[in-house]
Design a protein around this ligand. Structure first.
Ligand code: HEC
Length: 274
């Protein structure tokens, strides 16, 4: 009898462990937003704060018809096609020649024991082909290249996987950053992008965390290229917290967690933001 109870307890613990984890975290947030905004569909969340701003949405739609940054994207395409010192191209380095892959990044690389962002994969490619690594958030090099590369994945659904112990650790680390209060304002990402979604902070409406990772880089004001991790830096600075540099382990893990929350949503690179 005691043996049976021990076995049963072990089984219950096992089922609980199987349920807890990344998918439960994501579904909890989906459920939270569903209860606050019952009329919104999950796909709507890619619009961010424009969900609560019909004038802003109209402005966005008209700007995106003839994006003021299209010449930047032409430059970016040239950069993508320029061979590396070895004679190889970025397309040679990346899976499927770089097409429809952005939704798989960040991924956890078991051999390297760390999260690899798409930017990280590009730097790995550069280093393997005789070039120096680029600074992650630099708009004129890494930012521009990813602006084009990510357009090759427009429409792909975010598909982040967390499998294995190392991956789960990195995910949990990103989650910790997301929920930790920071800076003189003592605010966490969640305070603004979960608890206060749809409220105004000074002149800005706060966007929901779900959908936030789907559309990078953005062109703020139509011409200023900002990568996702540069945005993390900006939000950390806004709460008077000393930010990491884009490409730090903490931000890579944050991006891993943050991107997972957008799983199932379609990507669209290079969009206008105010
Ligand atoms: C004090 C409030 C506040 C905190 C804390 C905060 N942000 Fe933000 N964040 C904003 C505001 C305001 C904007 C601009 C309006 C918007 O899109 O929400 C923004 C925008 C963003 C965007 C761009 C959304 C888009 O679609 O363009 C991302 C991504 C983001 N924040 C992530 C984070 C992360 C990750 C953290 C924690 C490291 C964080 N934020 C912490 C206020 C905050």
């Amino acid at each position: 009898m005691t043996k049976f109870i021990v076995a049963l307890a072990a089984l219950i613990a096992l089922t609980a462990a199987a349920h807890a984890g990344p998918e439960e975290d994501r579904l909890k947030l989906v459920g939270h937003f569903k209860s606050v905004y019952p009329d919104l569909k999950l796909e709507d969340y890619v619009s961010g704060s424009l969900l609560f701003d019909s004038d802003g949405m109209a402005q966005y739609n008209s700007i995106m018809e003839f994006p003021p940054f299209s010449s930047e994207l032409d430059k970016a395409e040239k950069l993508w096609k320029t061979p590396l010192k070895s004679g190889k191209t970025y397309a040679d380095c990346l899976p499927n020649a770089g097409r429809m892959i952005a939704g798989n990044y960040p991924m956890f690389d078991n051999a390297k024991g760390r999260v690899v962002t798409l930017e990280g994969a590009i730097n790995d490619c550069r280093l393997a082909n005789g070039e120096d690594a680029w600074v992650y958030g630099d708009p004129g090099s890494m930012g521009l290249l990813t602006a084009y590369l990510r357009t090759l994945s427009n429409g792909m659904k975010m598909n982040i996987k967390v499998e294995g112990e190392g991956a789960l650790k990195a995910f949990e680390d990103g989650k910790k950053t997301f929920y930790s209060r920071a800076g003189q304002l003592n605010a966490s990402c969640a305070n603004c992008h979960v608890d206060n979604v749809g409220n105004r902070l000074r002149s800005e409406l706060l966007s929901p965390v779900i959908g936030q990772a789907t559309h990078w880089p953005v062109f703020r004001g139509g011409d200023q290229l900002i990568t996702l991790q540069k945005r993390y830096e900006g939000c950390h600075r806004d709460v008077r917290h000393v930010p990491d540099k884009a490409g730090s382990t903490r931000y890579d893990n944050l991006e891993y967690f943050h991107s997972y929350l957008s799983n199932g949503l379609p990507l669209q690179s290079s969009i206008f933001r105010k």
